[in-house]
Ligand binder design. Structure first.
Ligand SMILES: [Mg+2]
Length: 371
């Protein structure tokens, strides 16, 4: 079997107007991502999604399309798509960084492999540990009133956990969390994510003040790379501390372990450059007695399916303790899928059809494509 062609389709999908993401990185109101189709000489087509955001990884839809059309096409055309580990290893060698683009390539390879074997991806990844993944919904850095209103919408729907964005203005961060806690009550599991927004000095002062909100975890208070500060904050944090922007690679996970800097590592295929890398990081986390959580940068349907297969097949990822951010499709106007994934309010269900288990809706692609 051989890969004969890659098709990279940039799409532009707005977020629902009341659910835009305001974080310490900026405002995310529209997603410009890339849908990948990988064609083979036997008629099987693999699909992938590159959830590229310049303010997250520096990758844009345009840079991703350019790499896929040229360098990656040169590397992959003529190769057997079933040799996934070898192809990903070579891609890593020939193209540095660009994890979200690489993750889309790996997704398409897995999708082909699953379709050829007539097995859902989780079977190829070692079999499933879970059928449904506990999840949470995210509330952006809104004014307290608006944050509480969105929380009410989610609570009426029946969500099992909420995540509130902080890291913007310290006093308003506290007010936002207080407002959401007020409507949610103390029983509902709740987390916060500062997206690197606090300085070390601010984080030292503000973290203990979150104690009364009884948080499940506190995510990425300060900038990545500063392991000494994270280790210090871990000791004074009123809740388990989680690294997100701090851990992209296996080497980063090694640093987290060496510095005993955090209690939990957040993984997901896009950020880590593929499902296999997320699994490797989960193994390192487990070996260092750290927990593992599924994070997100607001995926559409295809990348959300990849997250579900990762979560389902990796026992080290503890979504029952730390509910997953498998939520992207709930925030967008459209998901690009013929049949939507079943996400929410409390669980995201693992798809069972062969490969990623989802199909592209060509009508949506036609409507949202930007090339
Ligand atoms: Mg995060």
């Amino acid at each position: 079997m051989k890969i004969v062609r890659l098709e990279a389709i940039p799409v532009r999908v707005p977020l629902k107007s009341d659910r835009i993401a305001i974080t310490a990185h900026g405002r995310h109101a529209v997603s410009e991502y890339v849908i990948l189709k990988m064609y083979t000489d036997q008629g099987v087509i693999g699909i992938g999604e590159a959830t590229v955001q310049p303010l997250w990884s520096g990758e844009s839809a345009q840079t991703c399309v350019a790499l896929l059309k040229h360098r990656v096409t040169e590397l992959l055309v003529g190769q057997d798509p079933q040799e996934i580990q070898r192809l990903c290893f070579e891609l890593n060698h020939h193209v540095k960084f660009n994890p979200f683009m690489k993750s889309a390539v790996e997704m398409a390879l897995w999708d082909i492999y699953g379709k050829v074997r007539n097995l859902p991806l989780y079977e190829l990844l070692g079999g499933k540990c879970h059928d449904r993944i506990p999840m949470k919904m995210m509330i952006g850095g809104f004014e307290p009133k608006q944050a509480a209103k969105l929380a009410e919408t989610f609570l009426e729907w029946g969500v099992g956990c909420l995540k509130v964005k902080v890291g913007l203005v310290p006093e308003s961060d506290l007010e936002r969390v207080a407002a959401v806690r007020h409507v949610a009550g103390l029983e509902l599991p709740m987390t916060i994510d500062a997206n690197c927004g606090w300085s070390a000095a601010v984080a030292r002062k503000i973290l203990p003040r979150f104690e009364k909100y009884q948080l499940t975890l506190i995510e990425q208070p300060t900038r990545p790379g500063d392991w000494a500060t994270m280790a210090e904050l871990r000791r004074l944090s009123p809740a388990p501390l989680m690294a997100d922007e701090n851990v992209w690679t296996l080497a980063d996970a090694h640093q987290a372990a060496a510095h005993q800097a955090v209690d939990i590592i957040s993984v997901y295929p896009g950020k880590n450059g593929g499902i296999l890398n997320s699994k490797r990081i989960a193994h390192v986390a487990s070996s260092a007695d750290m927990g593992c959580h599924i994070g997100s940068n607001l995926e559409l349907g295809i990348a959300s399916a990849a997250m579900l297969h990762l979560a389902a097949s990796t026992p080290e990822i503890e979504s029952h303790k730390y509910p997953a951010d498998i939520l992207g499709p709930c925030y967008h106007e459209a998901d690009m899928l013929l049949e939507p994934l079943q996400i929410g309010p409390k669980y995201a269900l693992v798809p069972h059809k062969p490969g990623l288990g989802v199909e592209i809706d060509e009508q949506q692609i036609k409507r949202y494509r930007i090339d």
